[in-house]
Design a protein around this ligand. Structure first.
Ligand code: HPA
Length: 259
């Protein structure tokens, strides 16, 4: 299987047999990597079986092996999205490979628009649940995966011990790449979304199907369409990520130290 091949390549190239934790750093999160720790090894994504090259601006496309205390952490710098033309199987491959490489805990991060009134730009929010609005799934066949408590309540509690000011929210994953209309955001609010983005939900489903525990953190990089009169841009998303990087990095480091 491709995930096992990638896991073997990761072990070979990093010299680490098992990475017990994997972290996917999404848009706006790349700068946070520096706070997590110095990599002991790094591999470019296209050199790993089945990995594509992330094309979204601000996605580095490198996998780092970072020792955090006793825990070898696999840090995936960037991801593939449906809007880049990738299929669900491609989008979730890095997470499947990470689980095959030993990850029992998968941390998924992303940039999101704030849908719930009161969310602030620059605020990290713990993902408590999600709405998969991509109309796609990474699963095939009769794989009836239970998604109750998919976003591990204990891991969220642990994150709140590190930063008690963290709030929680429901992340709605759409395909993009266009940002939403104000009418779509009103609809999302009505159906229970607090955050909106273009990633994460397929990876979450795949991770749960493989039995990994999940922690998710969205960085609110902008208020969603129509919440203010402002226009939306990817440049703003990246800029807010850079500004929040020290806080995000410290939060991740704090969580990883306790896993
Ligand atoms: N919508 C969708 N995806 C996003 C947004 C948004 O407002 N901000 C960052 N990613």
């Amino acid at each position: 299987m491709l995930a096992e091949q990638a896991a073997e390549a990761i072990a070979e190239r990093t010299g680490v047999e098992r990475h017990r934790v994997a972290v996917v750093l999404g848009s706006g999160w790349q700068q946070a990597a520096a706070e997590i720790g110095a990599p002991s090894a790094s591999v470019s994504m296209p050199e790993l079986p089945g990995f594509g090259e992330p094309t979204a601006q601000g996605h580095v496309g490198v996998v780092h092996s970072v020792p955090v205390g006793e825990t070898p952490v696999l840090l995936l710098m960037g991801r593939q999205h449906l809007y880049e033309g990738y299929q669900p199987a491609d989008v979730v491959h890095p997470v499947s490979a990470a689980v095959a490489a030993g990850a029992e805990i998968v941390v998924l991060t992303n940039a999101a628009g704030g849908v719930r009134p009161g969310l602030q730009v620059g605020e990290p929010v713990l993902i408590s649940d999600h709405l998969n609005l991509t109309a796609r799934t990474p699963l095939a066949g009769a794989t009836f995966v239970d998604l109750v408590d998919a976003w591990d309540p204990e891991l969220r509690a642990l994150a709140r011990e590190i930063d008690p000011s963290l709030s929680e929210g429901v992340y709605a994953g759409l395909t993009g790449p266009q940002y939403e209309t104000p009418a779509e955001i009103r609809m999302l609010r009505t159906i229970g979304a607090d955050l909106v983005g273009m990633s994460t939900v397929l990876e979450a489903i795949a991770a749960r199907a493989l039995g990994a525990r999940l922690l998710g953190i969205s960085l609110v990089t902008n208020l969603a369409a129509g919440v203010t009169g402002e226009h939306l841009s990817h440049a703003e998303v990246l800029a807010e990520g850079n500004a929040a990087a020290p806080r995000l990095g410290k939060l991740l480091r704090g969580v990883l130290e306790r896993l």
